[in-house]
Design a protein around this ligand. Structure first.
Ligand code: C5P
Length: 312
């Protein structure tokens, strides 16, 4: 009898920025204790998953050449983790993952984590697993700190290493301009640089996240702009001093405020509205301080099937 090959599944998954990122002590497992507010943006990757006789990973788009295509790719690790959870045999898990990158690699926007989350959602559909998002989030947390958030999207408070999430009420839409840098930054190196700066002195620390939660509920971008903050910014700027110029240029171009996203080097600029974001993007693009700029809005939903049988 011929085996029935399920049709491929395509999942769209958003990038994240951190509106607030407070880095605490280093834990026994080497990770830092975090309090962060994640915000999912309308900048996305698409992952297509197909059953195949030629398993592997294919990468296209933004920064594709620097994405690993072996077993250390987070999407591949997600496939392995879900296969083991579902008790799948080696033969059942012959899949091809096609990653279409819109999110820059090593940009502080959790693109690799997004691909892992998309793979969990897409494979659950391909294999017709009855598995809740909360159960998927537990598997996601074993792959990386930012993977659970990419499953849910929206705006959320993250604690622990960032994987413990509570949704945060956020008014309809905030408008952003993103400045992509020439090269990525390594997340462990940026955390290491923060440890070094803290051993040597007292780099600035963000305050409580509570006012940020209030500003999000109010929906007033001017209020939120005053509160954007990231403890990793000093470390990212120390490793990539040009970011100081980028941050200044965004505000000079008319943004309400700018922040380094996560471990950088992408800078995110909050704007008054959609029109202002377009103006800021045009001016920033001409300022010669970054590789490219994009406008985006948030919050948007997390990983979602957009193609294949389960799209509706
Ligand atoms: O969990 P993820 O793989 O995204 O983390 C990448 C690296 O970032 C970790 O290996 C660690 O060096 C650093 N990290 C950290 N504390 C966190 C999250 C990440 O030190 N809470």
């Amino acid at each position: 009898m011929l085996a029935v090959v399920p049709p491929p599944v395509t999942v769209r998954v958003p990038a994240k920025i951190n509106l607030h990122l407070s880095v605490g002590d280093t834990r026994d497992d080497g990770f830092h204790e975090l309090t962060t507010i994640f915000h999912a943006l309308s900048l996305s990757d698409e992952v297509t998953i197909a059953a195949t006789e030629e398993p592997g990973i294919e990468v296209h788009g933004e920064g594709a050449k620097s994405v690993p295509t072996g077993e250390d790719n987070l999407a591949w690790r997600a496939m392995k983790a879900l296969a083991s959870y579902a008790g799948k045999s080696e033969e059942d898990t012959r899949v091809r993952l096609v990653l279409r990158k819109g999110i820059p690699v090593a940009g502080g926007l959790a693109g690799g984590s997004a691909d892992a989350a998309a793979t969990l959602v897409g494979l659950s559909a391909l294999w017709k697993l009855e598995i809740s998002r909360d159960e998927l989030a537990r598997i996601a947390a074993s792959i990386g700190s930012d993977v659970p958030f990419a499953l849910y999207g929206g705006t959320a408070l993250g604690t622990g290493r960032g994987e413990q999430l509570v949704p945060v009420l956020s008014r309809p839409v905030f408008h952003w301009v993103l400045a992509f840098d020439e090269r990525g930054l390594s997340t462990p190196k940026v955390y290491g640089e923060l440890d070094r700066l803290r051993a040597d002195g007292d780099p600035p620390r963000v305050g409580s996240h509570a006012p940020v939660v209030e500003a999000l509920a109010s929906g007033d971008p001017r209020q939120l702009a005053l509160l954007l903050g990231n403890d990793l910014q000093a470390a990212a700027v120390s490793l990539r001093p040009g970011l100081r110029r980028t941050l200044r240029a965004g505000v000079n171009a008319g943004a309400l405020a700018g922040t380094v996203s996560g471990s950088g080097p992408t800078c995110a600029f909050l704007c008054e509205g959609a029109e202002s974001a377009l103006e800021v993007a045009a001016e920033l693009a001409g300022a010669g301080v970054c590789r490219t700029v994009r406008v985006a809005h948030g919050p948007v939903p997390g990983a979602k099937v957009v193609g294949g049988e389960d799209a509706n």
